[in-house]
Design a protein around this ligand. Structure first.
Ligand SMILES: [Zn+2]
Length: 402
């Protein structure tokens, strides 16, 4: 690590920067894609026990059984008892997701000046191993400190990247019913996310009719043509990509198209999957309904030579609802105070992406999200700004106790 990477003004005396970075480097080197978190959770548990966590404080919940999809393990939950004068205070929770995106497969982290980067052509996994390592470092700081603390829960979630699965399935009683949460996921720790966008996911199954494409195409109904027409309609009306219609904003995307069997066959079936997002609940509904309508219209406009039509099964589901916390909510007040103690000013933001905090808030646990130095998530240019990561490592003990 280079000298210029250390910038914070306030340093709780017991933050060991070297071990904080060691935790991060070790955790970045462990593969753990969504649903395959067994190995990284073992590494976390090993590190926690090495720094003084009692094995009885650490357990997995059985969220993986509720998620299905062959998830290896559930969320990893650590419950640390309070101590001293704060021991009967309401429980505070810290959370971060263990899984990384497929682009991180085989990542080898290296320190390059003030940053950690991936040495090959993979993403790094700073999203979200910075959170995991900062939480391990938090425990190390708390346990090596004579200072009082409230009861603390750590929640290491599974499957965040594929739909916030671990957070969706976690149960408050397994967490020890915390009063507030601090979710770690992102870059600069001063940016506190106090709200998030809402999102829908949908799947359109387009059924056509297969005939020989050379001999009798006019008798067929092309699912490919129906899907293409539907997508063009949505785009022409301004509901594809970045959306700004009648002063209302949102986004939408088609992520996958699959189907068809042979070039000489009119396509029988195409499956199209996509998502829509907006801060406005009613506009989100509108965007999703534009897709549904477009597929239905395209079906009607694409008959075969006898007037027969295909059909579409359009299934949309709410991925998560938009939310916004009050600036007087307890975790917001605490984060402002803690950042001030680090000679900074917390900046409150609304996120455009889904976060585990969306579900935690939905379950009634007021949760703010802050970063721990991860940048360029889900790209091969991903990096960790070491100074920001260390700032987060200094900030977390303040959030736990101030
Ligand atoms: Zn993340």
């Amino acid at each position: 690590m280079t000298e210029q990477s250390v910038t914070a003004d306030v340093k709780p005396s017991n933050l060991n920067e070297k071990t904080a970075v060691d935790h991060l480097m070790a955790l970045l080197a462990v593969e753990g894609l969504s649903g395959e978190e067994a190995e990284v959770s073992r590494e976390i548990r090993k590190r926690l026990e090495n720094i003084g966590c009692r094995p009885s404080w650490i357990r997995h919940d059985n969220a993986h059984k509720r998620i299905g999809m062959n998830y290896q393990v559930g969320n990893l939950i650590v419950r640390i008892p309070g101590k001293g004068s704060l021991r009967n205070q309401p429980r505070r929770m810290f959370s971060g997701h263990m899984d990384t995106v497929p682009l991180c497969r085989g990542a080898v982290p290296v320190i390059k000046g003030p940053r950690i980067v991936s040495s090959g052509r993979t993403a790094l996994g700073g999203d979200n191993r910075t959170a995991v390592a900062a939480m391990v470092t938090l425990v190390e700081t708390l346990l090596s400190d004579a200072q009082s603390r409230p009861p603390i829960t750590l929640l290491f979630t599974v499957g965040e990247e594929t739909g916030l699965n671990g957070a969706k399935e976690v149960r408050m009683q397994d967490l020890g019913n915390p009063a507030m949460g601090f979710n770690i996921d992102g870059g600069n720790p001063k940016f506190a996310i106090v709200g998030a966008i809402g999102a829908d996911r949908w799947v359109a199954g387009v059924h056509g009719r297969s005939t020989h494409a050379g001999v009798y195409p006019q008798g067929g109904i092309s699912a490919t043509l129906i899907a293409s027409r539907a997508i063009s309609k949505v785009a022409e009306k301004g509901f594809f990509g970045k959306i700004d219609v009648d002063g209302q904003q949102g986004t939408s995307n088609i992520g996958m198209i699959s189907g068809g069997e042979a070039t000489n066959q009119v396509t029988d079936f195409v499956r199209v999957t996509g998502e829509c997002r907006s801060h406005s609940k009613s506009f989100l509904k509108k965007i999703t309904s534009e897709y549904r309508k477009a597929f239905e219209e395209a079906v009607a406009e694409t008959p075969n030579n006898r007037g027969d039509k295909g059909r579409v099964e359009f299934d949309a589901e709410r991925d998560y609802d938009a939310f916004k916390m009050s600036s007087r909510a307890e975790p917001v007040v605490i984060i402002k105070k803690a950042v001030k103690q680090m000679s900074g000013e917390a900046i409150l933001l609304i996120a455009d992406g889904g976060l585990d905090a969306n579900y935690l808030n939905l379950k009634g646990l007021p949760t703010v999200t802050l970063g721990a130095g991860a940048h360029g998530a889900h790209t091969i240019d991903e990096s960790v700004v070491i100074a920001e990561y260390l700032d987060a490592c200094r900030l977390l003990p303040l959030l736990a106790t101030c």
